[in-house]
Design a protein around this ligand. Structure first.
Ligand code: HEM
Length: 448
């Protein structure tokens, strides 16, 4: 049976978007009655998301059609400009690093984006990325899997992928390999600090500005944790390491492996595709048989690509976006908004709305991304919003897919990954959609 259980629960708790001015409280039942938000039982840790759902009556009424919602998301150009030019970014700290996700001033952002684009598009950088990731797979991931499979011990995939992406980011940015992905998995560097900072940032998105600013001034609550976290993280920032790409990709990998491990038919199809399209040599079954595949060969893996997109749709590592209008405007839905209106786009909810993805929106269905001719079906970024839409679209999207594909083919072809029974899966409240308690698995070598 296809399983997207936590998904459906969380999706129900999130309204597609809300407008943050003069909200009118509505009951969940009212939200449900609009038909815009599907309701079912909610995990208890989702109080915050519940609050969003009940926060805004406008969210249900505002985007009353899927086209309204979608075009609204493209209309946020104004909001984005305003957001930056007013210098009210909630994530100053992240803006200081090279792989930035949020920028402070428009001019700074434009320069940063241009610089980053030229680096990301340079063929030597791309070659370096691929080489780095293969190297990490061979020298880091495989030995850890081999060790765990020999001993038959449980391991946490979430932590494993955090080590993987942390090491890769350090190599790419600093030219230094901290080698944190090694047998025994030492503590994830700065994990607590990252978690505290990410949690505080989520609250900044949704609490009235004056409230969290007062908390910051008084140095209490989550703002206190945030300040403490940054004292520590400053050290890391000084070395120009970004946390965000690390966290988003590791979160994406964790959800992907959970979905694959709990959907055996998908797992089999991925293996079949690897076998028929990459022709791994039987006498050299382990990882090395893939390390020389190039970009073109990787593109043949249409089903795997679909499975990754599907996982990123259902579990977008950046679950919400926060924008503000620079001047009064009329949204495509016809709703009027004033200047400085806060708008939250719930990517998580948008990834599983029936009006956007159809009746089977809650199913994990890689076939959704395959054309009748068997090629990859491309969806516009305002529909598949996980990497944001222009002009602030993610520059690391291609790199993310490369990294995820390399890890996926190596792991799925060579190993059986079994989720430890009774391990509860739930997302945590953060600006990055992590698995709250990690993903406990057993890895065993696969016999072909
Ligand atoms: C699954 C993985 C990832 C997801 C879901 C993701 C998602 C996003 C999203 C939603 C934004 C827009 C943020 C905003 O405007 O507020 C963004 C921006 C960005 N991302 Fe990613 N990202 C991922 C991985 C990466 C990686 C691996 C890199 C680099 C190595 C990267 C580099 C960037 C950069 C540089 C921007 C800023 C673009 C700009 O503001 O002009 N991302 N990403």
């Amino acid at each position: 049976m296809d399983r997207t259980a936590p998904t459906s629960k969380l999706s129900t708790a999130l309204s597609p978007a809300f407008i943050g001015r003069s909200p009118t409280m509505t009951s969940n039942a009212q939200v449900m009655s609009t038909g815009k938000v599907l309701l079912s039982a909610r995990p208890s840790n989702l109080a915050l998301f519940d609050w969003w759902a009940s926060y805004d009556s406008a969210s249900a009424g505002l985007f009353s059609s899927s086209s309204g919602l979608l075009s609204a998301s493209t209309n946020f150009k104004i909001g984005i400009v305003s957001f930056e030019s007013k210098g009210t970014s909630v994530t100053l700290a992240f803006a200081l690093v090279f792989f930035t996700h949020f920028c402070f001033h428009l001019e700074v952002w434009e320069t940063q984006r241009k610089t980053a684009t030229s680096v990301f598009n340079h063929h030597r950088f791309q070659t370096f990325v691929v080489k780095t990731i293969w190297n990490k797979v061979e020298k880091g991931l495989i030995p850890v899997f081999e060790h765990a499979s020999e001993l038959g011990t449980e391991m946490d995939l979430k932590g494993l992928f955090q080590h993987f992406t942390f090491d890769s980011a350090c190599i790419l940015v600093l030219g230094h390999d901290p080698a944190s992905l090694s047998i025994g998995l030492p503590d994830v560097a700065y994990e607590k600090e990252f978690n505290d900072a990410e949690e505080a940032l989520l609250y900044r998105h949704i609490l009235p500005e004056s409230f969290w600013k007062l908390q910051r001034w008084l140095q209490v609550g989550k703002e206190k944790n945030y300040s403490k976290a940054w004292e520590t993280l400053d050290l890391l920032i000084a070395q120009c390491i970004s946390s965000k790409p690390r966290d988003t990709t590791s979160a994406a990998l964790t959800w992907f492996f959970w979905l694959v491990a709990t959907n055996p038919s998908v797992e089999n199809k991925i293996r079949e595709e690897i076998t028929t399209k990459l022709h791994p040599k039987e006498d050299n079954r382990l990882h090395l048989c893939f390390s020389n595949i190039n970009d073109q060969e990787m593109k043949k893996l249409v089903y795997l690509h679909g499975a990754l997109c599907e996982s990123l749709r259902l579990f977008p590592p950046v679950p919400i976006q926060h924008k503000a209008s620079v001047q009064p405007d009329i949204l495509p839905s016809g709703n009027k908004i004033g200047a400085n209106t806060r708008i939250i786009l719930a990517f998580y909810a948008m990834g599983r709305m029936e009006t956007i993805w159809g009746k089977d929106c809650l199913e994990f269905k890689p076939e959704r991304w395959i054309t009748e001719q068997g090629g990859t079906k491309h969806e516009p970024s305002y529909k598949f919003i996980t990497f944001n839409s222009r002009p602030r679209s993610c520059l690391g999207k291609d790199m993310t897919f490369i990294q995820m594909k390399i890890i996926a083919i190596t792991t799925i072809y060579n190993y059986n990954v079994q989720v430890v029974d009774a391990h509860a899966i739930s997302p945590c409240s953060s600006i990055v959609l992590h698995m709250k308690d990690g993903l406990k698995v057993r890895v065993t070598k696969r016999r072909v």
